[in-house]
Design a protein around this ligand. Structure first.
Ligand SMILES: N[C@@H](CCC(=O)N[C@@H](CS)C(=O)NCC(=O)O)C(=O)O
Length: 220
């Protein structure tokens, strides 16, 4: 199985399925395409049906779009354990993932993922501040529910208890909040610290530091 990804420093969409595979120790090869390099289009042509990364290639099958890839991995390799077991919790997890997937345009534009950026603050528009406020609201609701369920269980510290696709979908946001020093309430900070210290995220970040490409429009 092969995952086609973009630059680890910048490609927030690529991080998601990569971390899911990595977290659950599912063997895969990775193939990196340098985003916006002169030969990007040529390199994508045989691999990426929509000329975007990530794409998962499993034998004859190509799956594109980060969320669709996560769904496929969950069904084919994780016996559906990457979503919450409870159907109501699962519905909520899917809602917050869909919101992440479709919304927050100001966050994406004004705070591009840049894993190796030395953390510092930037000036934000009101719209970007509202995106951030909404994400914090989502995290706080999820984390408060988990805390009231079983806070003493170390398996219960992620957005929906155990590590799930919801944590994968919000991981690039954790990276952004760290890079741009976005202040969050205490339990969201605890959540962010835990995500930033996951072995998979540390591996991804180290690889992003080792990359030589620098894209001016993402360097804010
Ligand atoms: N909704 C898609 C978005 C994929 C996407 O926009 N990928 C960017 C890189 S992070 C890309 O391939 N850009 C190349 C281009 O737009 O030409 C997903 O979730 O995978």
């Amino acid at each position: 199985m092969k995952l086609i990804i973009g630059n680890k420093n910048y490609s927030s969409w690529s991080l998601r399925p990569w971390i899911l595979l990595q977290h659950f120790n599912i063997p895969f090869d990775e193939h990196k395409i340098s985003l916006y390099a002169d030969n990007m289009h040529e390199e994508m042509a045989p691999l990426c049906p929509n000329y975007k990364v990530p794409v998962l290639i499993d034998d004859e099958l190509k799956v594109w779009d980060s969320l669709a890839i996560c769904e496929y991995i969950n069904e084919e390799y994780l016996n559906n354990t990457a979503w919450p077991k409870d159907s109501k919790q699962r519905a909520k997890a899917r809602s917050v993932c869909a919101e992440m997937h479709a919304d927050f345009p100001h966050l994406r534009t004004e705070l591009p993922m840049n894993c190796r950026r030395a953390p510092s603050t930037i000036t934000l528009s009101k719209d970007a501040e509202n995106d951030i406020k909404r994400i914090i609201e989502i995290w706080q609701q999820c984390l408060t529910t988990q805390a009231s369920n079983a806070s003493d269980n170390p398996d219960n510290q992620f957005l929906f208890g155990k590590f799930s696709i919801a944590d994968v979908m919000y991981m690039p946001v954790v990276s952004r909040f760290y890079s741009y020093k976005i202040g969050v309430p205490e339990n969201s900070q605890k959540y962010m610290d835990m995500i930033l210290n996951l072995p998979g995220y540390k591996l991804w970040k180290q690889a992003s530091i080792n990359e030589v490409e620098s894209l001016a429009f993402y360097e804010i």
